[in-house]
Design a binder for this molecule. Structure first.
Ligand code: HEC
Ligand code: HEC
Length: 480
């Protein structure tokens, strides 16, 4: 391992924010100085994932193990990859791979996260949901302060079910078009979804229903994001905008089902889940109807009698949990150790001008280019200096982007700053080109044009740039 010559400035564990430049000499973050300024002073390198960076491009760009991971972990990683790609079944093909449903959205993790990339909304109005799901709730909170599930439907619409069980219903996304123009007069069209339901099996949705369509998020570099010390996120947060930059990021404190306590949310479009383990087990249960040691009970609402009966008979034949720890733990390990693709074209002058603009117009106010991993993590991740372009905080992004559905501490208009690493490889990986939480943006520029709220002034600067400068900024984003 390369990280041996650590310089520890403070004995306090909380202050052990260590910095390494390419593993050689170690510099340390000074806990008495502003963290944001210190992180912003670190130059960007093409190795966006630090030593976990991979140089793969194309459809497999998001599938490689971090090259610095211990050799002993390779087998587990590949086994975890199988678990991510495998189609779970309801019938007895092999008891180990059974347990799908009774209610579910998709039969495999990869069906939503194609190539480990992001998902997309339905191709046309009325087409089935593929790699997007609809979260549901009513006003109020659940026992942990999270969204209050909808009676008879729960907190997510499951649009498929095994034979003998009724799917909950189907969602239809319709689009409203909104015209706008750049400062130089060039017109553009944005689109915004509304969600409707058909074939509802358990009666109408309540009047006060809140919905949030969410596309699958890319799953690269998640171990690094999980390894950012909590105190760094608090140091970056500025809930009352004390520094007066118009940006007031907040930590979303959410329920951590693994450690059974409230914790710093990091994953999901609203940072409503604290750990990769919790997110993966939640996906297994909510999206595929597969129980794990963490979430042992299938999601059947009391009125869903056919679901309950099927879950009981499946538990009797398949056993519980349906994904045994020997299979689930490598899946989590896989999610933790996927390498981050290297930046391409870093020497291209347009990319370099775009990087200057990205800083100059204040995108870094939320898309923090650099983060540092702590020590309480896998050896390959410890102390890494990496470039995710996120502060993992939630920000008010304005009415235009609001889903009006609070999620733990995040309000209806707050979203987690989306990491931007890998964004230039989106199309190569998923053969899709949709951005933002519900996939409404059909290009990176549309995604920027949707920024409002705390990002309104930066969005306006972007909108008023000349075409050459916009192209430079997009060249930079495309290189990530
Ligand atoms: C039905 C589609 C669907 C399936 C199937 C699915 N996911 Fe996801 N995944 C999503 C969506 C949507 C999100 C964003 C969730 C949110 O914002 O609440 C997500 C987010 C994630 C994240 C967090 C990424 C981030 O940056 O925040 C992880 C990890 C993840 N999924 C793992 C899995 C695993 C493991 C499986 C299989 C057990 C799986 N997913 C199956 C749709 C899906
Ligand atoms: C106030 C904080 C903030 C600022 C400033 C900001 N962003 Fe964002 N950005 C976000 C958040 C939050 C999201 C996720 C929004 C969502 O999913 O609805 C996001 C999403 C994006 C996305 C889409 C990412 C994806 O995976 O879909 C791009 C591209 C982007 N921002 C670029 C920029 C650029 C370029 C700038 C500067 C002009 C900028 N942002 C300024 C907070 C910010």
């Amino acid at each position: 391992m390369m990280f041996r010559n650590l310089t520890i400035l403070s004995a306090s564990a909380a202050a052990m924010l260590l910095l390494f430049s390419s593993g050689a000499s170690a510099a340390a973050i000074d806990p008495d100085k502003d963290l944001r300024e210190q992180l912003l002073a670190i130059p960007l390198t093409p190795n966006l994932g630090g030593d976990t960076t991979v140089d793969t491009v194309g459809p497999r760009a998001f599938r490689s193990i971090a090259p610095n991971a211990d050799n002993d972990l390779v087998f587990d990683f590949l086994f975890g990859q199988r678990m991510f790609d495998v189609v779970w079944d309801h019938y007895i093909i092999s008891p180990a791979l059974d347990g799908l449903g009774p209610l579910f959205n998709r039969t495999a993790c990869r069906e939503c996260h194609e190539g480990n990339g992001r998902g997309q909304p339905p191709e046309s109005v009325g087409a089935p949901m593929k790699s997007i799901l609809i979260r549901l709730s009513v006003p109020g909170q659940d026992q942990h302060g999270g969204p209050n599930p909808v009676p008879k439907y729960g907190d997510q619409l499951q649009d498929r079910a095994v034979p003998g069980v009724q799917p909950e219903g189907q969602a239809i996304m319709e689009w409203e078009e909104i015209e706008g123009s750049y400062g130089d007069g060039t017109p553009y069209t944005l689109r915004k979804p509304t969600v409707k339901f058909t074939n509802l099996a358990y009666g109408d949705m309540p009047e006060d229903l809140m919905t949030s369509p969410r596309v699958a998020a890319p799953v690269i570099g998640l171990g690094l994001l999980q390894s950012i010390p909590e105190e760094n996120l608090y140091a970056l947060a500025d809930p009352d905008d004390a520094n007066g930059d118009g940006i007031s990021g907040r930590v979303n404190i959410a329920w951590d089902a693994v450690n059974k306590k409230m914790a710093t949310g990091r994953f999901g479009w609203k940072a409503n889940v604290p750990t990769v383990h919790h997110q993966s087990a939640g996906a297994a249960l909510g999206d595929m109807g597969m129980t794990t040691a963490l979430f042992k009970t299938n999601l059947c609402e009391p009125v869903q009698k056919d679901c309950i009966a099927m879950a009981n008979s499946m538990a009797a034949s398949v056993g519980s949990p349906e994904i045994v720890p020997e299979m689930f733990d490598p899946l989590v390990g896989y999610m933790m150790l996927i390498g981050v693709p290297q930046q391409r074209d870093a020497d291209n002058p347009a990319v370099q001008r775009g990087e200057q603009l990205f800083h100059g117009i204040g995108c870094t106010g939320c898309h923090m280019p650099t983060q540092v991993a702590g020590d309480d993590t896998l050896p390959a991740l410890q102390g890494q200096v990496f470039h995710p372009f996120t502060d993992l905080l939630v920000h008010d992004m304005g009415e235009g982007l609001a889903d009006n559905r609070p999620d733990f501490g995040a309000s209806g208009s707050e979203w987690r700053t989306a990491p931007l690493w890998g964004i230039g490889l989106t199309y190569e990986v998923c053969l899709c080109n949709f951005y933002l939480n519900d996939g409404r943006a059909r290009s990176i520029s549309e995604a920027i044009l949707w920024h409002g709220g705390e990002a309104e002034s930066r969005k306006e600067v972007f909108r008023n740039l000349g075409k050459d400068q916009r192209d430079d900024l997009l060249a930079f984003l495309g290189s990530l």
